[in-house]
Design a protein around this ligand. Sequence first.
Ligand code: AP5
Length: 275
Amino acid sequence: MPNETANQTVRNIGPVILLGPPGAGKGTQSKKIVDRYGIPQISTGDLLREHVARGTELGLEAKAIMARGELVPDELMYGIVVHRLREADCLRGFVLDGFPRTAAQAGWLDAFLEKEVFDNSGNPETCPPPVVIQLLVDYNQLLLRITGRRSCPTCGRLYNIHSQSPAVDELCDLDGSKLVMRDDDRADVISERLAAYENQTRPVADYYRRQRRLVAINADRPVEEVTAQIFGVIERHYQERYPQDGHSEPLLGSVTPKPGSGKSKSLRPKRLNLE
Ligand code: AP5
């Protein structure tokens, strides 16, 4: 998405939660949201892979679990997520890609956001409650997307040998690096990951659906069409909460935490000096 819309979209978008099975396009669509709204992508899979690459204690523990296609225990996830959410670039909102992934994580996230981040006052200078978007994709399509996925180890750009191939076979269009396949994209691990989704992550969608907070979209469409649906959901969510806000005035960095929360220094109200 070109940056021409950036000035119109510099608002407090709040948290955007992308739910969906492996290969549904969460990473692909997160990057589109980042480009349009200027909020960071928080991919718990990427955070874990960074820990594995750095050989941290958490990385060593997570490595074997991820290689089997299982979920990393909730208690290990909370630490890395809370650390990331308290960083200053999350003030206007963030895209959660891969979290929450269990019903317990969803409950934990609600409690954290309630305590430290959003408020329901209808004031556009505060951080709105999360919008939860579920990406629905046919099972066979998921398999094609996962087995065909390639990524650039240098810039992170995603490709797919079936639908988004690079101009030159196996080389990144942007920096010429040799594209790689993820360790857990092997056939035997994929079935485990899809089973983990069915058993542990589908209840997360049920959790949000029961609260009438889930918006499901047809993600079995070309990337741009899925992006357009997602932007539509985010815009409607924002307008429903702040109908009075014509969003012509940039609100960069003006998130106000719930009164009395005061736990996180980085979430204190803060207006950036734009001059
Ligand atoms: P993670 O990295 O989160 O993997 P995932 O959820 O399995 O999701 P993927 O990255 O496989 O898919 P995606 O939906 O992002 O699709 P993408 O955009 O890449 O997690 C990895 C592991 O970490 C887990 O198994 C677990 O062990 C651990 N973990 C992570 N979070 C955790 C948590 N919260 N709790 C516990 N453990 C956790 O697209 C896929 C392919 O399709 C690409 O090639 C792309 O180019 C293509 N594509 C995308 N959209 C389209 C489209 N519309 N049409 C055609 N092709 C498309």
